[in-house]
Design a protein around this ligand. Structure first.
Ligand code: G16
Length: 543
């Protein structure tokens, strides 16, 4: 088999965002586009020669073709071995686990996460390092720098590899091992949670609905929930991964998982509902008639962690992204453990987990995880909740009511303005940035600003500094407004407005969050002039 050195030119705009490079699929399918980026990954990480990688993706359109290209390029670049999920499928947390378990040099994950898939939707590629986590900003900056000077890439002249059959083969001089995408992940879950208790829970008639949203967690949830834990057949719905996610938007929130919400708010609702996203790292938790926000979910997991075998010895610390509500901070304070505040992006948790400073991490964007892998993990969060419910023998509504009674309630919501004109979105951020210094002490919409800044993070482990990570305004009484532009969108700019209000009055724990947040919403409009600047009457998505 011949190795070709293919001449190419730098392609503009290959800058990885919050989590890898995400673009419209037709962009990724342009000549040289994928190839340039993959070569930049290899070159930007010291070359592929002699290295072992994990490869898999969420099964979206172009996943299968991209996998063959990446394998041929890995072989041409001298990689020793690639471990691939069957049919090039691996959920993001399962890939993270394989990278760690097999002690590989990293992995390439093909996914645009919760973004829709299909010939005209989104595709993405990201590199995870040897610790199993998304590459740090330093590494992604190096990869981006390489894309700007690239003049050639290497490609092996070879037929497609049969990725449907488990086992070992070779591609040129490179070894390929096709593995069951579920097996190692399930073994990991069994080592963390009390599977006997969970089997007993389902045997006792506990009813659950898991919506896999036609995405990658279908096979995982079927195998673990219905297969191993004995939940009745039909517990997992939309379980067959499809290249366009059944035409849906595989983002587990009350808007995109509306059918699940309808089921969970019906008269005869099951006891517990959950969903996961395109690549299986996000989760949504909903009890009977009780949606749990991701921020509250993180706080509940932290407060109840010692009920779960893996965390019975207590937590070393917790971490949340800056826009995530401060509910977990209150738990950490009572537990007497550290609570870290990081920029948005799972990559920022890696150092804290590696250094043993944090055990649990979470984000408002429906991600929760722990030191068992270096990615957020959707099904893990679901099993964590099930383990807590099995121990506490209480419905989700009760768990939440008890939690708020003890710690107070951080009402929370995120308003998204999608596909906004980029210049208008940047002008809005600039306008707020210009006000920041003068805000403290000012009264806005009935609230008094206590502090305001542009968030910057100094990593306590490696000393690196990340600036420009969102504008935040803190109000007296614990309320907060955060504004930032998304780093995962593929069209224009997405403005995210994060809203939070603290309530300690036991009589006011069951308000409609949008009402409870009324003052903060009004303050956001007064400070940022969102309607005028975006030309929108209101947010596109409220979660
Ligand atoms: C990615 C990152 C998350 C981040 C989320 C939202 O999630 O892994 O850490 O919170 O994007 O980012 P943004 O607000 O910039 O759109 P995923 O699930 O898309 O990989």
């Amino acid at each position: 088999m011949r190795i070709h050195t293919v001449p190419t030119q730098p392609i503009a705009g290959q800058k990885p965002g919050t989590s890898g490079l995400r673009k419209k699929t037709p962009v990724f399918m342009q000549p040289h586009y994928l190839e340039n980026f993959v070569q930049a990954i290899f070159d930007g990480t010291g070359g592929a020669a002699g290295k072992t990688y994990v490869l898999g993706g969420d099964g979206r359109y172009f996943n299968d073709r991209a996998a063959q290209v990446i394998l041929r390029m890995a072989a041409a670049n001298g990689a020793a071995k690639v471990i691939v999920g069957r049919n090039a499928l691996l959920s993001t947390p399962a890939a993270s686990n394989l990278i760690r378990q097999r002690g590989t040099d990293g992995g390439i994950i093909m996914s645009a996460s919760h973004n829709p898939g299909g010939p005209n939707e989104d595709f993405g590629v990201k590199f995870n390092g040897p610790n199993g986590g998304p590459a740090s900003e330093t590494v992604t900056e190096t990869i981006f720098a390489v894309t700007k000077t690239l003049t050639e890439y290497r490609m092996l002249d070879a037929q497609d590899v049969d990725l449907s059959r488990l086992g070992s083969s070779t591609l040129g001089a490179m070894a390929i091992e096709v593995v069951d995408p579920v097996a190692d992940y399930e073994a990991l879950m069994a080592s963390l949670f009390d599977f006997d208790k969970l089997r007993a829970l389902f045997a006792g008639g506990f009813r659950m609905r898991f919506d896999a949203m036609h995405a990658v967690t279908g096979p995982y949830a079927k195998a673990i929930l219905e297969g191993t834990l004995g939940a009745p057949a039909g517990t997992v719905v939309n379980a067959e991964p499809s290249p366009d996610f059944g035409g849906g938007h595989p983002d587990p929130n009350p808007i995109w998982a509306k059918t699940l919400m309808d089921t969970m708010y019906a008269e005869d609702a099951p006891d517990f509902g959950a969903a996961s996203d395109g690549d299986g790292d996000r989760n949504m938790i909903v009890g009977r008639h009780a949606y749990v926000t991701p921020s509250d979910s993180l706080a509940v997991l932290a407060a109840n962690a010692t009920l779960v075998p893996a965390y019975a010895g207590g937590l070393k610390g917790v971490a949340r992204s800056m826009p995530t509500s401060q509910a977990v901070d209150r738990v950490a304070a009572q537990l007497g453990i550290a609570c870290y505040e990081t920029p948005t992006g799972w990559k920022f948790f890696g150092n804290l987990l590696d250094a043993g400073r944090a055990t649990l991490c979470g984000e408002e964007s429906a991600g929760t995880g722990s030191d068992h892998v270096r990615e957020k993990d959707g099904l893990w969060a679901v099993l964590f909740w099930l383990n807590i419910l099995a121990e506490r023998k209480a419905p989700v509504t009760q768990v939440m009511a008890d939690h708020w009674a003890r710690y107070g309630r951080n009402y929370y919501s995120r308003h998204d303005y999608e596909a906004v004109d980029s210049a208008a979105a940047n002008a809005l951020m600039d306008a707020v940035r210009a006000q920041i210094e003068g805000l403290p002490g000012r009264a806005v919409a009935g609230l008094t600003v206590e502090a305001a800044d542009e968030f910057a993070y100094d990593d306590p482990v490696d000393g690196s500094r990340s600036e420009g990570q969102g504008l935040r305004v803190m109000f007296e009484g614990g309320g907060r407004l955060v504004l930032r532009l998304s780093g995962t969108g593929t069209e224009g700019a997405t403005l995210r407005v994060y809203l939070e209000a603290l309530e300690n009055d036991p009589e006011r724990m069951a308000l409609d969050p949008q009402l409870a947040l009324g003052d903060v919403i009004a303050a956001a409009e007064a400070i940022a002039g969102i309607k005028a600047r975006t030309g929108r009457g209101g947010p596109d998505v409220i979660t």
